[in-house]
Design a binder for this molecule. Structure first.
Ligand SMILES: Nc1ncnc2c1ncn2[C@@H]1O[C@H](COP(=O)(O)OP(=O)(O)OP(=O)(O)O)[C@@H](O)[C@H]1O
Ligand SMILES: Cc1ncc(C[n+]2csc(CCOP(=O)(O)O)c2C)c(N)n1
Ligand SMILES: [Mg+2]
Length: 313
């Protein structure tokens, strides 16, 4: 079976336009008439990205946010979106999906301007796609992290992973966790304000460890993550504890839609001021170093990387 990364490697041979950014970034960036247009596309699939029993409003919301989060990671302001929809065979379900999608697109100023609707064979998994278009002045790549930079992450990690376990009936826990899985929030304002201050930025959709590894690879540097500094919410700690295992779970579960960014120590004050101004939580979780690859520490001592670093198709 071809893995996601092996397939993208094959596409690279003909994705030679500079807008493609080598297919190593969260979004494409087209420069036209002096403007930088940021374009991204995400698909969500039943039983892969959402559960058949999830409320359809939340699935529509999440399709929008998966895309808006990639715009946030590039410091972009949304312009518009296009959607691919597979009719579910249930009119009420479709209407509820549309309501949740509309709510997110309205909230974040990303009007729908087109798309496509198809009927799929009965019994096939529901799947939906969206292209989001934005505009940015500064577009931080995944490839700009430099040795000596701090590595930061916004928000708390692992909440959505715990929420998914709750939705599956595997765990009992507070509704904030379920909410984190079903109604993630794209960090658009934070991304726009951080963009001029950071050397690299991306969103954490697949898990902190796997995504930090991607930043390290794109930037040709080493990244060391401190497990004790992985930000955990009190709701998460309430159900999973604050052990080493809990931090690793939070750093690999994915679905966080938070921002991961590298920045030189001289930008610390400005970064903290931006976050305070937006009432956003940010945490320094690691360091960028010369070398290659990802490593993990606990209180400064080396910790072996877990077998699975995050979500990979
Ligand atoms: N089928 C495809 N055709 C063209 N480019 C692709 C395809 N699949 C992925 N890519 C490109 O590969 C790069 C990495 O994609 P990836 O999906 O890992 O990034 P992402 O969108 O930030 O992640 P996520 O899907 O978790 O939001 C991006 O540049 C993306 O546009
Ligand atoms: C039913 C169900 N099972 C597992 C998960 C976890 N999950 C699926 S895809 C993904 C990464 C982001 O996707 P992509 O990389 O395609 O953007 C994660 C963390 C889920 N959300 N729902
Ligand atoms: Mg991304």
């Amino acid at each position: 079976m071809t893995s996601e990364s092996a397939f993208i490697d094959k596409l690279r041979a003909f994705a030679t336009h500079p807008a493609a950014r080598g297919l190593t970034d969260d979004a494409a960036t087209l420069t036209h008439a002096g403007r930088t247009i940021v374009l991204t596309h995400d698909t969500i699939v039943e039983n892969v990205h959402f559960l058949p029993g999830d409320p359809p409003e939340d699935i529509g919301w999440k399709l929008a946010v998966a895309n808006l989060s990639d715009l946030a990671a590039k410091g972009a302001k949304p312009i518009a979106s296009l959607m691919a929809y597979s009719l579910s065979g249930d009119g009420d379900w479709d209407a509820r999906f549309a309501a949740g999608l509309g709510e997110a697109l309205t909230r974040y100023g990303c009007p729908l301007i087109g798309g496509d609707t198809v009927r799929v064979p009965e019994g096939s998994a529901r799947h939906f796609g969206m292209t989001a278009i934005g505009e940015a002045e500064f577009v931080p790549g995944r490839d700009g992290a430099s040795p000596g930079d701090d590595l930061w992450v916004s928000g708390t990690l692992g909440d959505a992973g715990a929420g998914l376990a709750i939705a599956k009936g595997e765990l009992e826990g507070p509704k904030e966790l379920l909410q984190a899985y079903r109604r993630p929030v794209p960090q658009l304002e934070l991304g726009q304000k951080l963009a001029p201050l950071v050397s690299a930025m991306m969103d954490v959709s697949d898990g902190l460890l796997i995504d930090a590894g991607r930043m390290a690879e794109a930037s040709n540097v080493a990244i060391a993550i401190e497990s004790i500094d992985v930000p955990l919410s009190s709701a998460f700690v309430g159900v999973r504890g604050d052990t080493r295992e809990a931090s690793i779970e939070a750093a690999t579960a994915g679905d966080d839609y938070e921002l991961l960014f590298a920045a030189p120590p001289r930008s610390r004050r400005q970064i903290e001021t931006v976050a305070e101004g937006l009432d956003a939580h940010i945490q320094c979780v690691g360091l960028v170093e010369a070398g290659k690859g990802l490593s993990l520490q606990e209180g400064g001592r080396p910790l072996p990387l877990p077998e699975t670093l995050g979500w990979e198709h």
